[in-house]
Design a protein around this ligand. Structure first.
Ligand code: FAD
Length: 421
């Protein structure tokens, strides 16, 4: 007979793994989820394929978590990406590793990952209460003793908050955990969007909408000072840019705009990052010598995607009909400069509701990294994105939710065992 109860609030990857780990250790676990189904956000991850982890060693997982990675070292060591892969494979979901060590289900169906978690929860006897919204943590003499949900009090011996962040609120992640934690004395680090598309001033970006660049080097500057530089894939949107390299750099932009909302940032795209300036100049000269009668805009087809040519011609202010043998050194200088630093002005990030991740959250200084337990309230634990942690794209954020989920479930289970002794 299980006499002690652990309530886990939030049925995302963090809460589900927390509930699993706690129940596996012999406790009665009640998982509260405000939606009808568990894992609503998880279903839309990885464009519906769920990039569930990254096949990387612990130190790389830590590095990829740009927001408080070191805090996660122990959690990643306890439940690593190898453990994640074994857990899902043993649970009946074969996985595959793609470019950048990103791990997906072989089926490419995120529902298989969520389904596996639901099955494992049922196996260890977790009681799922869906369509139940937690509104308050009940604390007596500094100890968490229950949760008020939809006006009803549910008694508990330990509580885990795993309510996620505030991005994509229609998935249920509406920032409730911040209020729950704040009401019992925790401080919340200001939240801002991470992994979010950028908005630029230049209207010609709309002409590039849908164009993706596989090997772009992006630099972000503020008043001439480089704030960030990265290389990878990007895509133009109707009002700006998105795609992995932009999302990674967006954290720097979001932080900048949270402090200086009216100070635009300079963004440049190096379209030929594999070539030095000299190599690129030689390449241009060779093209123009080889095709002296071809006009400038036709010659650009050797270098650029078709969709970009009108924009490039306009920016260079070189006559599109100018022939190869008429393009002089000064023209080449302009072309070179644009190829190596196509300029844009970032005016803002898309809103936090459109961010993949919420940066900020429950202050990590108030959480014991060994147990994910609150340093302020006995019997209170945290898991997942509600904590002030965030990482780059590639499966790291779900891994962080699973690792902190696992640790918090064990932490809560051990706390109850110690109470018994
Ligand atoms: P969530 O998944 O947000 O779950 C929190 C749960 O708590 C929700 O189900 C919510 O309904 C519930 N809840 C909230 N408040 C209450 C309350 N008061 N009472 C009861 N229940 C409550 N990460 C990756 O690693 N790989 C990817 O491929 C990837 N793709 C993404 C794509 C998109 C479009 C988005 C938005 C995010 C993506 N992420 C990805 C990020 C990843 O989804 C999150 O990091 C992860 O889901 C966080 O898990 P969590 O358990 O902390 O929170």
């Amino acid at each position: 007979m299980k006499t002690k109860t652990i309530i886990v609030i939030g049925g995302g990857p963090g809460g589900m793994m927390s509930a699993y780990a706690a129940a596996k250790n012999g406790h009665h676990v009640v998982l509260l989820e405000k939606n009808v189904r568990l894992g609503k956000k998880m279903l839309i991850t990885g464009k519906g394929r769920c990039n569930v982890t990254n096949d990387a060693p612990v130190n790389e997982l830590v590095k990829a978590m740009v927001g408080n990675g070191k805090f996660l070292y122990g959690a990643f060591s306890d439940f690593s990406s190898e453990d994640t892969m074994a857990w899902f494979t043993d649970g009946g979901v074969p996985l595959k590793v793609e470019r950048g060590q990103r791990v997906f289900p072989v089926s490419d169906i995120s529902g298989d990952i969520v389904g596996c978690m639901e099955r494992q929860l049922a196996k260890v006897g977790v009681e799922v209460k869906s369509q139940t919204t937690a509104g308050k943590i009940i604390v007596q003499d500094g100890v968490a003793v229950g949760v008020k949900a939809d006006g009803r009090i549910i008694n508990a011996d330990a509580v885990v908050i795993a309510t996620g962040g505030v991005s994509y609120p229609r998935t249920g992640s509406t920032g409730d955990g911040y209020k729950l934690a704040q009401n019992v004395g925790h401080t919340i680090k200001p939240v801002f969007p991470a992994l979010v598309p950028l908005v630029v001033k230049e209207s010609y970006v709309g002409d590039l909408e849908g164009l993706s660049l596989r090997n772009a080097e992006i630099s972000i500057k503020s008043n001439g000072k480089v704030l960030g530089k990265d290389f990878g894939e990007m895509v133009f949107t109707d009002v700006g840019m998105s795609g992995p390299v932009i999302l990674t750099l967006s954290r720097i932009c979001a932080k900048h705009f949270s402090e200086q909302p009216h100070e635009p940032l300079d963004l440049t795209i190096n379209l030929k990052p594999a070539l030095t300036e000299e190599q690129l100049d030689l390449r241009l000269q060779r093209d123009y010598d080889s095709y002296p009668k071809r006009n400038y805009s036709t010659l650009l087809q050797e270098l650029l995607p078709k969709k970009m040519i009108p924009v490039f011609v306009q920016l260079s202010q070189i006559d599109p009909w100018k022939q190869g043998n008429q393009i002089n050194k000064q023209d080449r200088k302009v072309i070179l400069k644009l190829l190596r630093a196509l300029p844009f002005t970032v005016v803002k990030c898309r809103p936090i509701e459109e961010a993949i991740i919420t940066a900020g959250g429950v202050n990590v200084k108030e959480i014991d990294p060994k147990t994910m337990g609150s340093k302020k309230i006995h019997g209170l634990f945290f898991a997942g994105e509600v904590i002030d942690i965030d990482g780059v794209t590639g499966g790291f954020n779900i891994q962080a939710a699973l690792s902190t989920g696992y640790r918090s479930g064990l932490g809560a289970a051990n706390y109850l065992t110690e109470m018994d002794e």
